[in-house]
Design a protein around this ligand. Structure first.
Ligand code: ZN
Length: 500
């Protein structure tokens, strides 16, 4: 990159920080995959200890010295070097505002809350989790105060996930999306329902896994630099360059759920595997935001994995694994069944149309919680009321209600909107990709997934954190970020499926 001694010293410092962070990621990955339940307390301490070390590292005076020297030569720096300094300073400045004791306390409480949430969700017992949620909200409000905020404490937390966004701006973006979704849902409710009964039958789990692994490899996942495991909540963990792990979940009656989580997590993993090698160990590696990361998973899960072109390619292959279940099923019937719209209780099982309503509910409730306007004891009732109002469904218990998601147990308040941003960015990127690659869907039908992947590598993966999230999407797509492309996509796709 350069021969400047202060920049080289910064790179060395930061490389060690990344190595420690990778060790932390591995502990967290293990916590969610293989750790025995009684390992929980020791793991909470290990994670808290390592988090404290990372905090100390990032705010160490050594960085100040080196950054000062590097800035003294600002005019001689390349664009990449300037981006390196900007991103390092962003991370460091946020970290520096937090007292070490708060960082440790939050890490400890997160591990405890995560363990308690697992039990509470299983037992459908919100009061069991409530004291942990109360404590995490207190600590998160303290964190917001340390950062400083305007309007709502939520605004202080959102830069961890989506830089450049505020609650007001998100509300303005979400409003037309909500209106368009409700209108489309009304039309779909009046249309002839789609029969997807054939999906609800036993599918051999070993064969599901085999098919999923094949698809992940076909899409471009490099198994020499990663692996797949099983967890209740599928996730991807980029532990280091050359070690990217994703998980899938399996159920006998859940072929499409397993394939959906596989293509989704493969999308995240392809992003991690697509970063430039030379960015490894620098603040430029990775995504500029969670929303941009999610745009990649949603691209592969929804735009590719639920397209006619994808199934024209994979149906003959899937029939070899499941001849009894699929020999009579054609592409059109499968396409309509996997894109069936049914308002439901569970976010991660939601179809494309209702998905964003699940997010909008969480976003609105999070604001109330952080602002102290919703007592914790009233959370389940408020959750259930909004599900009735927005989606027309009755929540039978808190396990399928406000306890369904892991995020709040990890104090990830303000994370949820990134999912809808992922959907919005993906819709914008697909419009641009279709414009740039006229034969895109023919390539997908031919199993040439390197065509869309190559485009994403160039325009998104290899850019890393050189650009801020909104800047990146606007630069690639040439239009301002909004929900317009997503609304167009939903109306066109589901208009054709349901209303023609
Ligand atoms: Zn995701």
């Amino acid at each position: 990159m350069n021969t400047d001694p202060s920049l080289n010293a910064l790179r060395d410092e930061y490389r060690e920080f990344c190595d420690l962070r990778g060790a932390l990621s591995l502990l967290q990955w293990d916590e969610q995959t293989y750790m025995p339940p009684r390992g929980c307390d020791a793991r909470a301490r290990q994670i808290a200890a390592l988090t404290s070390i990372l905090h100390e590292r990032l705010i160490s005076p050594r960085y100040d010295e080196l950054l000062e020297k590097a800035h003294a030569r600002e005019s001689e720096l390349s664009d990449d070097e300037r981006a390196f300094l900007r991103e390092l300073e962003f991370d460091r400045d946020r970290e520096r505002k937090l007292p070490a004791e708060l960082v440790r306390e939050l890490a400890l409480e997160q591990s405890r809350a995560f363990a308690s949430w697992q039990v509470a969700k299983r037992d459908r017992d919100f009061p069991k989790f409530a004291p942990h949620l109360t404590r995490l909200l207190e600590l998160s409000r303290q964190k917001a105060d340390c950062y400083g905020w305007e309007g709502t404490p939520w605004n202080a937390l959102v830069p961890d996930f989506e830089r450049g966004m505020t609650a007001d701006r998100i509300t303005r973006i979400f409003m037309p999306l909500r209106e368009a979704t409700v209108a489309l849902l009304d039309q779909i409710r009046g249309a002839k329902p789609i029969d997807a009964g054939f999906l609800d039958q036993p599918w051999d789990v070993a064969r599901q896994r085999e098919l999923g692994l094949r698809i992940a490899a076909d899409l471009g996942f490099d198994f020499e630099s990663g692996r797949q495991d099983v967890s209740t909540h599928p996730f991807t963990s980029g532990i280091a360059h050359g070690d990217c792990r994703f998980t899938t979940r399996f159920a006998e009656r859940g072929l499409m759920d397993a394939l959906g989580s596989t293509t989704h997590e493969t999308g995240h993993a392809l992003y991690d595997q697509g970063c430039r090698v030379e960015d490894d160990g620098t603040p430029l590696a990775g995504a500029p935001s969670y929303g941009v990361h999610e745009s990649q998973s949603r691209f592969w899960e929804v735009y590719v994995g639920k397209s006619r072109a994808f199934w024209a390619h994979y149906l003959p292959i899937a029939r070899q694994s499941f001849p009894g279940q699929l020999s009579e099923i054609g592409v059109e019937r499968l396409y309509r069944a996997i894109n069936r719209v049914v308002p439901g209780l569970i976010r991660i099982e939601a179809d494309e149309v209702t998905y964003n309503l699940h997010i909008i509910i969480r976003f609105e409730i999070e604001l109330l919680l952080l602002e102290g306007k919703l007592p914790i004891a009233d959370l389940p009732a408020e959750w259930n009321r909004r599900y009735r109002e927005y989606l027309g469904v009755q929540v039978p218990n808190d396990g399928q209600g406000c306890l369904q998601d892991v995020h709040w147990s990890l104090a990830s308040f303000s994370y949820f909107p990134s999912y809808t941003f992922g959907n919005m960015y993906a819709a914008m990127l697909v419009e641009k990709m279709e414009h740039d690659i006229p034969g895109l869907w023919e390539a997908v039908e031919g199993g040439e997934f390197s065509v869309p992947l190559g485009w994403l590598r160039t325009h998104i993966h290899r850019v890393g954190r050189r650009m801020l999230p909104l800047e990146l999407i606007e630069h690639v797509c040439g239009i301002p970020v909004s929900a317009d492309a997503l609304i167009r996509h939903l109306n066109e796709k589901y208009g054709e499926i349901y209303l023609v």
